[in-house]
Ligand binder design. Structure first.
Ligand SMILES: [Zn+2]
Length: 60
């Protein structure tokens, strides 16, 4: 399972409702809506994920 970066839902990458290729990396989404939102501003969602991962490390 992989995380839908837009809404945070877990998505089965073997049978994703929607997916998109960005900078050579495949991203998976729970719906076309989330894919469209990601496509409109991919960097926003990628930065949000980076921040989330940093925050997690800070907690350790
Ligand atoms: Zn979603």
């Amino acid at each position: 399972m992989v995380k839908d970066l837009v809404c945070g839902m877990m998505v089965d990458q073997k049978n994703p409702p929607a997916q998109t290729l960005y900078k050579g990396q495949m991203y998976y989404f729970c719906s076309m809506d989330c894919k469209v939102k990601f496509s409109e501003d991919p960097e926003k969602y990628l930065k949000a994920r980076e921040k989330e991962e940093k925050d997690k490390k800070a907690e350790d």
